[in-house]
Design a protein around this ligand. Structure first.
Ligand SMILES: Cc1cc2nc3c(=O)[nH]c(=O)nc-3n(C[C@H](O)[C@H](O)[C@H](O)COP(=O)(O)OP(=O)(O)OC[C@H]3O[C@@H](n4cnc5c(N)ncnc54)[C@H](O)[C@@H]3O)c2cc1C
Length: 321
């Protein structure tokens, strides 16, 4: 495959065909840093901004025909994109995937939400209507699709508790629908069929007093503010909590709070966060992750598993995959 800067100069047959798809915006060699919460990441050969389902299906079929790998990026709040960027295509959903529909039915509430909808916006809109069940997700800076895929959770709840049904497409553009009964979730994983793209999530919520739901949301905002670093770009928790313990506690106990590598730092506030002090490289963040893993392994005999997903080309190997 041609490097991103060579492709910019040359209109490849794939690029020609991609640009003909209505509802698809194509960017060549687009740096991904601006699309991630860490503000780190090199260029994608192709960044495809997808406005509707028809465009998604056409783009997937085309990529499959050309044998081009693709990755779905939500709001980029749980990924570390390599400095060399991503070979192949990165897809981002927008347009019609940013819709929400609320429906009350026999005392229950059904929220049908597009995968690109921001989680925190959904929580706040739900609270204003007195719909409860989503409060735990206040402050999770992802999209609804990303939250579903990661089975995002906090404060004793997680996505699996409210999901009723999802819609999506396979990597070759076929439709899939899964009911809750057909889905299996575990800690920070939704075990979806390989390569499936979530386009819509239906959630089952309940009705309560507006004031009660809003108060719970405000309390969780305060709790988050107290415990999490603010100010510097980050990707939330870098490692999963091992059974019966906390990754942050272990990394702190290994004496690593404040450890720096270039412009990346293991947060002084919460040791399971790595912050970008400004201009940090993905390799620096990855190196800190490796140090945390090695030190925790040596001191406590526990192997930390990354929660953040590594994306792109890693010249020194991708220990997370
Ligand atoms: C400050 C901060 C606080 C956080 N707090 C929490 C927390 O309390 N609890 C928690 O669980 N997480 C937390 N996170 C992590 C992150 O916000 C969640 O995992 C979030 O759900 C990721 O959503 P996203 O849209 O950003 O996904 P991305 O980071 O863009 O992607 C994550 C993974 O999901 C896949 N993906 C994304 N969208 C789709 C889709 N539509 N279809 C198929 N695959 C898709 C991607 O390919 C990737 O593998 C936090 C992150 C930050 C920065």
């Amino acid at each position: 495959m041609l490097a991103a800067d060579e492709m910019k100069k040359e209109e490849t047959p794939l690029l020609k065909e991609l640009t003909l798809i209505p509802g698809l915006k194509v960017k060549v060699g687009e740096p991904l840093a601006r699309y991630t919460s860490m503000k780190i990441g090199g260029p994608a050969d192709y960044l495809l901004e997808v406005e509707n389902r028809a465009a998604l299906v056409q783009a997937l079929r085309l990529l499959s025909r050309y044998g081009i790998a693709f990755y779905l990026l939500g709001k980029g709040s749980n990924v570390l994109v390599s400095d060399l960027g991503v070979r192949g295509a990165v897809l981002r959903l927008g347009g019609e995937f940013k819709k929400v529909e609320w429906r009350e039915e026999n005392g229950e509430v059904l929220a049908t939400v597009g995968a690109a909808y921001p989680v925190t916006q959904l929580v706040r809109e739900g609270a204003r209507r007195g719909y409860s069940g989503l409060e735990f997700a206040e402050g999770i800076p992802g999209s609804v699709g990303g939250a579903l895929v990661m089975n995002a959770g906090a404060y004793g709840s997680e996505m699996e508790k409210i999901v009723d049904r999802i819609e999506g497409v396979t990597p070759t553009g076929e439709s899939i629908q899964l009911d809750r009964r057909e889905m299996f979730f575990s800690y920070r994983d939704s075990h979806l069929p390989s390569g499936a793209i979530v386009t819509e999530v239906r959630m089952r919520l309940s009705k309560e007093e507006v004031g009660v739901v809003s108060l719970r949301v405000r309390e969780l905002v305060a709790r988050r503010k107290k415990s999490q670093p603010s100010g510097y770009p980050n990707s939330g928790s870098m490692f999963r909590n091992p059974p019966g313990d906390f990754a942050g506690r272990l990394i702190e106990a290994a004496g690593l709070k404040g450890r720096r590598m270039g412009r990346a730092e293991i947060s002084e506030r919460h040791a399971n966060f790595i912050v970008n002090l400004g201009g940090a490289k993905a390799e620096e963040v990855k190196r800190l992750m490796e140090i945390a893993r090695a030190e925790v392994g040596k001191k406590f005999g526990i192997e930390l598993e990354p929660e953040v997903r590594l994306l792109g080309e890693w010249p020194h190997g991708d220990f997370c995959s």
